[in-house]
Design a protein around this ligand. Structure first.
Ligand code: HEM
Length: 320
């Protein structure tokens, strides 16, 4: 087994213990960085005595089955997650800001959904766990390699000072993507653990789903219809024709109401995805689309809240 040392970091092979995470993208070279707790006074997981750690793990496992559905509904169990505002958080933001331009924002925000959106309450699989780095060859993830590459640059810099999980980097990167395009400022907690491998396949919504299919899919992930509509507003970024591709605003909802893809809409069938078109045909979704089209502040507020919920989906926090 190959082991190497890179700067001041210990780099081990993929078969490392449960508290390791991939430092490189290529599955053929799955180096892992030794995990360090992000708790301010807890610099290495090895500081914890094995018996007390066993007790923590045992009590976590014992209580987990009954806690899981509730933890998702209440935004996941974050009691031990590191709150934003620490110097580690600022470091992550700073390094991300260096690599994230407006032009790269859409891809990065999509990356967040493709990592976190695999979560399902019933089998408690998937979620915001960095597994996207193992899933880049999947057809639904076409085009996301370049977004991971962009973030890899920042992650390498951050890791040299304070090792960070892919899940945390991607969660914070999404907030930066929204902010750099003029959207709301969102803060998220840190302390997500990375998955050692890919999530199950087929968990992301297909673009051909109708509104009831979309609602069912999002409900299985713990999101209400209102949250489905608020999250879908992310499509305001990118080149699907909802206003400027690099402005995070409520033009998604305004354009949906115009239905430009219909013959009477008179513009282009190329605007939006079938799943976007489906939302506006559903009365419950339509009510929210109208509210967000009229009131951008309400959209920003709701998007902020549901974004935090998205990036906490299925998370295993460091201290668990
Ligand atoms: C509601 C179900 C959803 C479906 C079916 C869906 C599907 C898609 C598809 C097919 C694309 C086009 C990809 C391409 O250009 O090749 C796309 C783009 C995008 N999606 Fe979604 N998506 C959904 C929800 C979301 C959510 C919840 C987010 C984030 C919170 C998101 C963020 C984005 C962004 C930002 C883009 C533009 C990417 C770019 O232009 O580079 N999507 N989505």
């Amino acid at each position: 087994m190959m082991c190497s040392r890179v700067s001041n970091r210990i780099v081990r092979c993929a078969s490392g213990g449960e508290n390791s995470y991939p430092a490189k993208l290529q599955p053929s070279c799955l180096s892992t960085v030794k995990f360090r707790s992000n708790k301010p006074n807890d610099h290495a997981s090895s500081d914890v005595s094995s018996s007390s750690r066993r007790a923590v793990i045992f009590s976590s496992i014992a209580t987990l089955p009954c806690l899981l559905p509730l933890t998702h509904i209440f935004g996941s169990l974050q009691a031990n997650a590191m709150p934003p505002g620490t110097k580690e958080y600022l470091l992550i933001k700073e390094e991300l800001r260096k690599v994230l331009t407006k032009g790269k924002a859409a891809g990065v925000l999509r990356l967040v959904f493709h990592d976190a959106g695999t979560f399902e309450i019933d089998d408690n699989t998937g979620g915001m766990n960095g597994s996207i780095v193992y899933e880049l060859e999947r057809p639904e993830n076409t085009g996301l390699k370049k977004s991971v590459k962009v973030l890899q640059k920042a992650k390498t810099q951050i890791d040299a000072i304070h090792p960070v999980s892919w899940a945390d980097v991607i969660a914070v990167a999404g907030t930066e993507a929204v902010e750099v395009c003029g959207g709301p400022t969102i803060t998220v907690s840190l302390g997500r653990q990375d998955s050692p491998g890919p999530d199950p396949e087929g968990k992301l919504p297909e673009e051909t789903l109708d509104a009831s299919g979309l609602k069912r899919c999002f409900h299985k992930k713990g999101f209400s219809t209102q949250e489905l509509v608020a999250l879908s507003g992310a499509h305001t970024l990118g080149s699907k024709g909802f206003g400027s591709p690099t402005s995070f605003d409520n033009s998604y909802y305004k354009v949906l109401l115009e239905k430009p893809w219909t013959p009477s809409g008179g513009m282009s069938t190329m605007i939006g995805l079938p799943s976007d078109h489906a939302l506006v045909e559903d009365d419950e979704c339509l009510r929210w689309i109208k509210k967000y089209a009229e009131n951008e502040n309400m959209f920003f507020e709701d998007f902020k809240n549901v974004y935090v919920k998205l990036v906490n989906s299925g998370v295993k926090w460091n201290s668990l």
